[in-house]
Design a protein around this ligand. Structure first.
Ligand SMILES: Nc1ncnc2c1ncn2[C@@H]1O[C@H](COP(=O)(O)OP(=O)(O)OP(=O)(O)O)[C@@H](O)[C@H]1O
Ligand SMILES: [Mg+2]
Length: 237
């Protein structure tokens, strides 16, 4: 579904990705691990098409077609969606109105219950939400958008241990089930804590360092390696 080929990217003239290769098949769920500043969020933002991330080389293919020339809205229409690391607050935009604008009112109540956000439907998006509530709403918002390729930027960071289960289950559900047009979904999930690995069936893990993927393999093995040896390449450790 997604192929990232030798991707190089700059922000404000500064290189942030230095030749990323990554392939994500239909139905696959991959996790991306790496130290702060290694380029994980930049990779997701570039796949989503955020304008400050300038592609200086390589390609991003979605269903075999390059999407580099497409804007965020066009990528979203194709089915690319992202749960942001630090989403903004939107004064005056209530959760239920937002869901209505997405045409997802009929799915809101059940999805909100799964993430324990039932009490939040008439509140302005993220205004006064706690850190963990913001993250849970971000997951809910992405699932309401009904994307095929789901990009999660640290979905469990700041979320309490009980709600991490709900976040993990929500991610697993959306990847395991087809979207509303019957198409198979895939996900790329950035995690530092690895907690999400206890609640999703991850197929592959990747370690990112200095804007490159330096190792790929079994996600649980990679996480255990990082816990004991840091962000080194396992074979070389
Ligand atoms: N808008 C920007 N202006 C300047 N530098 C930026 C910008 N966006 C990202 N960078 C730099 O690019 C590098 C990669 O950042 P990125 O956010 O992708 O890291 P990350 O791997 O997601 O880290 P973290 O684990 O802390 O979230 C960092 O050094 C960051 O400071
Ligand atoms: Mg980040």
């Amino acid at each position: 579904m997604l192929e990232v080929k030798d991707l190089t990217v700059e922000v404000d003239g500064k290189p942030v990705l230095n030749g990323v290769d990554l392939a994500l098949a239909e139905g696959a769920l991959h996790v991306l691990l790496g130290p702060n500043g290694s380029g994980k969020s930049s990779l997701l933002a570039t796949i989503m098409g955020l304008p400050s991330f300038k592609v200086t080389g390589g390609d991003i293919l979605f269903d075999g077609q390059s999407i580099l020339h497409l804007g965020i809205h066009e990528r979203a229409s194709l089915g690319v969606g992202m749960a942001y690391q630090r989403p903004p607050s939107l004064d005056g935009v209530k959760i239920d109105s937002f869901a209505a604008a997405l045409g997802a009112s009929d799915r809101l109540a059940q999805a909100a219950e799964a993430l324990d956000l039932t009490e939040f439907l008439d509140r302005d998006m993220n205004v006064g939400f706690s850190g963990g509530e913001i993250k849970r709403w971000e997951i809910l918002k992405l699932t309401l958008q009904d994307p095929r390729l789901l990009l999660f930027d640290e979905p469990e960071s700041g979320v309490d241990l009980e709600h991490v289960i709900a976040v993990g289950q929500a991610i697993q559900r959306v990847v395991a089930a087809p979207d509303h047009r019957g198409r198979i979904c895939s996900a790329l999930v950035i995690t530092h804590t690895g907690l999400i690995l206890n609640h999703v069936d991850a197929d592959q893990g990747h370690i990112m360092r200095e804007g490159r993927i330096v190792h790929s393999g079994d996600p649980h093995e990679i996480f255990n390696h990082i816990r004991t040896k840091g962000y080194t390449v396992p074979d070389a450790a």
